[in-house]
Design a protein around this ligand. Sequence first.
Ligand code: ISE
Length: 337
Amino acid sequence: MTKTLRVAVIGAGRMGADHIQRLNTRIHGAEVAAVVDVDFSRAQAAIEGIPGAVALADADEALNNGDVNAVLVATPGFLHEDILLRALARDIPILCEKPLTPDAETAWRVVQAEQTLGHQRIQVGFMRRFDAEYAALGKIIRDSELGELLMLHHQHRNPTTPAGFTNEMLINDSVVHEFDAIRYFTGEEITSVQVRLGKATRNAPGGQHDPQHVLIETESGVLADVEIYVNARFGYEVATQASFEDGIVSIGGDNGPFTRSNGRWGGTVTPGFEERFGAAYDVEIQSWVDAALRGEIGGPTAWDGYATAACCEAGVEAQKNGKKVAVKLNAKPDLYR
Ligand code: ISE
């Protein structure tokens, strides 16, 4: 049995570079064996100081490298399908950053390929499931501690958007996290999505309507709403308030340190998602590694990636027509039951 994962990280951009540092310094049972980036100098910079790691310019080279026995995919989503199908053909553990793929049709092809393989190899990088407060709220829901869950109110605010962040990306890149969180909290599929476009900020780049209000329904009728506001300027905030029959639970506020000094009170706002979810990423990657060493996966599946891609597709249609759009899902294969 494999004792150590020798990981090829494909994509050394913002998220890839973060995971390379994590694997190299904080994660047990895994090492960075190779880093691949189309920008070869970026791959070279990423392996600096990592003994035994090689920089490569091509994903195939990494997958055919005998020293590699696992892969972490952190390229832009439109490149995922091809890499995932090749990695599945090698039958090695895969951690794929979200989204699984950018649309339901390609995500379904990945699900089918894994089904043909006959066992689960892909874990999708929905890190919020590994955040301590998310996990605590999930437990309150599953244990029915406060009766039935009735509604979820989500706030998802980013300080600014990177260049090239399109209007569709408010759904595909950002609200995709809430689609996964709602499915995780309720244990149900999402049945419809509606997007309302109200008054917009002058601070959004051309082409983006910001903020947007997303209304979501699940199979049992839990209603959820998301304020997605990606040019909010003040900092980063991902928070949820859950309404139950017997109480209200809030998670995700900035909790301190809270200081009173010099005639003022307050604390600092979290600057970005790396700081907000740094600990969750560590737990997520450790969970992937531990499970992979046992021949399992340790988090969201390719089915979760497919189901959220279908929600995104409905969400982007709803952005355009303002209507409540039904989420279309194929039947869930036995592999994911
Ligand atoms: C980014 O890709 C993320 O995954 C962040 O968690 C999210 O807050 C942001 O909106 C996305 O662009």
